[in-house]
Write a protein that binds this ligand. Structure first.
Ligand code: ZN
Length: 238
């Protein structure tokens, strides 16, 4: 059996980029861990690949209005969690594909942010029901190797502050088979909840809309004998 570790798995992380598909993915999957890392002085960058513009139950909602709302909600949540900067790559929700242009957009952000670590969806989890989540994880993994190679999209390197990518560590959420990192987020759970509640369009009933997440976090907490936890896998980077 793999040894289980906690927040110390992130001890060497100084600049972390999180690649997700939709506004609210980061907050619900790893908002507690992100808040803890930000408090420890880690610089956090958040990337959402899609506009989240089909995330509504009513047909009357305009996709553009919803997209604008969700970008604003992501900014509010980022402030609560202590995220340095958020990016949105403006892909249509529900149609994300790990194509070469998206790979280049992500590689550019690895070069601009100079992140040393990546946190994203596990694209290999067979239980992943959402194609956008799978595509976001896949493209995030696909982009780090080319970002380190000077002949790949060299125009990126002319941008102010850009240099070759330096991702050295990869962490995955919604990970298969069994996560080996469980972070106790009990002490910071109020902050995670506040960041999630910032996504009013997704959780209109506040805490009542987030009970599913509470159950998931409790289930992970039980694995390590605490109230709430988030779980991750780490992946070796060559
Ligand atoms: Zn999502």
């Amino acid at each position: 059996m793999t040894d289980i570790t906690g927040i110390e798995a992130f001890d060497e992380v100084k600049r972390l980029i999180v690649i997700a598909a939709h506004a609210d993915d980061l907050e619900t999957m790893c908002g507690g861990t992100i808040a803890m890392l930000a408090q420890r002085g880690v610089t956090i960058f958040s990337v959402n690949c899609t506009l989240g513009d089909i995330g509504a139950q009513e047909k009357e909602t305009s996709r553009w209005t919803l997209a604008a709302t969700r970008i604003a909600e992501a900014e509010d949540a980022a402030e609560i969690l202590g995220i340095e900067q958020t990016y949105n790559l403006s892909r249509p929700d529900g149609e994300l594909v790990a194509d070469l242009e998206l790979r280049a957009q992500i590689a550019r952000l690895y070069r601009l942010t100079q992140a040393d670590s990546l946190l994203t969806f596990d694209p290999y989890w067979t239980g992943q029901a959402h194609p956008d989540h799978r595509a976001a994880g896949q493209v995030a993994l696909d982009a780090y190797m080319p970002s380190k190679m000077p002949l790949y999209r060299p125009e990126h390197l002319n941008e102010t502050g850009a240099a070759l990518g330096k991702i050295e560590r990869v962490f995955l959420f919604q990970a298969s088979p069994e996560p080996e990192i469980y972070v106790d987020i009990t002490a910071i759970y109020d902050t995670k909840m506040a960041a999630c509640r910032a996504h009013v369009s997704q959780f209109p009933k506040g805490d009542d809309s987030l009970k599913w997440m509470n159950e998931l976090d409790k289930g992970r907490g039980e694995k390590i004998g605490v109230t709430y936890a988030e779980a991750f896998k780490s992946m070796r980077v060559w």
